[in-house]
Design a protein around this ligand. Structure first.
Ligand code: DLL
Length: 422
């Protein structure tokens, strides 16, 4: 679709979704009142919706259809208090299937491929989102869900899937534990990895591709907007194509909320253009990225977003320096003898916040040293080298600790990268 035709479609759908939301939801009526949009740029004048609004409207305050017209409800657990509830009509589920089928097809999935789904099933949108999209393509679905590592190993070895869908951290955990038990992740025959639900860097992509011998693709989404399938990489892997006929992206300054032009990094704001059960207008995702409207080598004409750098609320301010965990990850993973298991421990108990970075050494190094010891000359040198690199990259002195293998907790879903103390 040409840019012009796409923009006409977006404006038409935007006007319709605003009419729909204002007519049916008191929350939107109170805030948008008589808003009339002449062009897409008028959107920037409308107020934002935030996660806190969803919590306040818990559970059904934002529904634009009667409860009985809902086909499905999902929720994200959240760490504090009540979950965030999201809801779908049967038509919304069709849209979700369609956008999920698109991102998986763009990554190279085909009808008939066997897909091992290691995202959690349940209220989390990961498992069922991939499941429905894969069925739409005509893939063979194995709905394993998360957890139970031994069962994953068994099914991966016996069923020999073409593709796996998982959080990058859980996929790494599967490769590592399989290798520890004498298995060969590369011999599973996986061709395709569909990864997302948490920030990950090129370093983790390389680690996953080496471990499994597959090609890894980044898939993005959030429950509030629909679930996975909001955006995903194509074969060119030059940013994630946004399904912008369904979700209209903007980038704003995370602090001031001012709209930023393509190419500028900021917080992603999304407007649902076609959702009926729970339309959201200018939803602040909290995710930091940048947009491009340049045509992609693959021929798709949608807007693309850069890999997510992190969440605005995961940004650490340590002694005045702003830092995302992903920046630490990419520097650490450039060091050959370190593995992608790390944690940032921030101690604000002292006047000047202290940052400790804990990371595990590669098993080959530990074997070479005849077991782990923090005092072993090779570990000491590694620590110094990694700390210097990190300090140069982030402009902050950090305490870097090489911890014994397997001390950083492994997660079955989204990895926890930051621990706050004090
Ligand atoms: O994580 C949906 C999803 C499932 C996406 C499976 C991809 C794969 P929530 O639990 O609502 O939904 O969490 C959404 O996770 O705002 C981002 O902060 C983060 N996130 C999701 N995908 C990516 C990604 C699902 N590819 C929140 N890269 C989002 C970085 C991601 N962060």
């Amino acid at each position: 679709m040409s840019r012009g035709a796409r923009q006409r479609l977006q404006l038409e759908r935007l006007q319709e979704v605003i009419r729909w939301a204002v007519a049916r939801v008191a929350f939107h009526r109170d805030r948008l009142g008589s808003a009339r949009l002449q062009g897409l740029s008028d959107l920037a004048a409308l107020p934002f919706v935030r996660k806190a609004d969803l919590r306040e409207q818990y559970p059904f305050g934002l529904l634009a259809v009667p409860r009985a017209e809902l086909a499905r409800i999902h929720a994200s657990s959240g760490t504090k208090g009540k979950p965030t509830v999201v809801a779908y009509t049967a038509g919304d589920l069709d849209v979700w299937r369609e956008v999920m089928a698109r991102v998986m097809t763009a990554a190279g999935a085909h009808r008939g491929d066997l897909l091992h789904i290691a995202f959690g099933y349940g209220l989390f949108t990961g498992g069922l989102g991939f499941h429905d999209g894969a069925e739409r393509i005509g893939m063979t679905v194995v709905p394993v869900s998360s957890g139970n590592t031994a069962r994953h190993h068994l099914l991966l070895q016996d069923f020999r899937p073409d593709a796996i869908a998982a959080t990058p951290s859980f996929a790494l955990h599967l490769a590592e534990t399989l290798a520890e038990q004498g298995g060969q992740p590369r011999e599973l025959g996986l061709r395709l990895g569909l990864f997302g639900a948490e920030p990950w860097t090129e370093g983790v992509r390389v680690a996953l591709e080496r471990a499994f011998g597959l090609r890894a693709f980044d898939i993005y989404g959030l429950s509030e907007i629909i679930g996975p399938g909001v955006a995903g990489e194509c074969g060119a892997r030059a940013g994630l194509h946004i399904a912008d006929d369904h979700f209209l992206p903007e980038i704003v300054d995370p602090v001031s909320g001012v709209s930023l032009p393509p190419g500028c990094e900021g917080e992603l704001v999304l407007t649902t253009l076609t959702k009926r059960a729970m339309p959201l207008i200018r939803y602040r995702t909290g995710d930091i990225t940048a947009l491009t409207l340049e045509p992609c080598g693959c021929g798709r004409t949608s807007a693309r977003m850069a890999r997510i750098k992190g969440r605005a609320d995961d940004m650490l301010v340590v002694r005045g320096v702003n830092l995302y965990p992903s920046e630490v990850e990419s520097t650490l993973l450039a060091v050959e003898e370190l593995v992608p298991h790390y944690q940032l421990v921030v101690d604000r108990g002292t006047t000047l916040a202290r940052l400790e970075v804990q990371v595990e050494p590669a098993p080959e190094l530990v074997a070479r040293c005849g077991g782990f010891s923090a005092e072993h000359p090779e570990i000491v040198t590694l620590r110094q080298r990694a700390a210097e690199r990190l300090e140069r990259a982030i402009g902050l002195s950090v305490e870097l600790t090489i911890v014994p293998p397997r001390t950083i907790p492994r997660s079955e879903g989204k990895a926890v990268r930051v621990i706050e103390r004090g």
